[in-house]
Write a new protein. Structure first.
Length: 181
């Protein structure tokens, strides 16, 4: 057993796996929501009792979910809001890290995009073949965090504290270098 694993001896691996699994679910949800407008299937999943129970357990206010509907009117309103917030026209929030951190308005495929791409690829994460977007899109960064938390949860479940702690280290570094900025 390594020194790191010995230092973690007081931590319950089952509890750590549960926490990592919860974070994984939240990152996956956020990655999905920021990737594209909500679909009827996703809205129905968001309203499932098990999902709502899990959200309530971590302190999410469920009032916003009560008005969600998978009918066409609600989906059209959600799509309009998504495009208004992230695509324009007019003032909108760019979902790309490079635009926010690039200085002087930033630009796509700036140095920040390259840094995200290198970090993600060095960790062994692979993009889906169908993905043609940029690696510094918020949904990709959140999906990457889901990937890391999934690996962490699996490591805790297997009793591999060293790998789990390495995953936590990667998560912290990515949060500090990218998502928190």
């Amino acid at each position: 057993m390594t020194r790191t694993a010995e230092a973690m001896g007081a931590i319950d691996p089952e509890e750590m796996a549960r926490i990592a699994t919860e974070r994984n679910g939240l990152y996956r949800l956020l990655a999905t929501i920021f990737c594209e407008e909500l679909t009827a299937d996703l809205v129905l999943k968001l309203k499932e009792p098990e999902f709502l129970r899990d959200l309530a357990a971590i302190g999410v206010d469920l009032d916003a979910f009560s008005s969600l509907s998978s009918n066409k009117v609600c989906l059209d309103e959600l799509a309009l809001e998504f495009f208004r917030h992230f695509m324009g026209p007019g003032t909108h929030v760019s979902p790309y890290e490079s635009v926010h951190l690039g200085g002087d308005g930033g630009s796509l495929w700036g140095p920040e995009t390259v840094a995200v791409k290198k970090f993600i690829e060095c960790s062994g994460f692979t993009y889906e073949d169908s993905y043609l977007g940029l690696p510094d899109h918020i949904s990709v960064e959140l999906e990457f965090m889901a990937h890391l938390t999934g690996m962490e949860a699996e490591a805790w479940q297997l009793g591999d504290a060293d790998t789990a702690i390495l995953c936590l280290s990667f998560q912290k570094e990515f949060l500090d270098r990218h998502l928190r900025r």
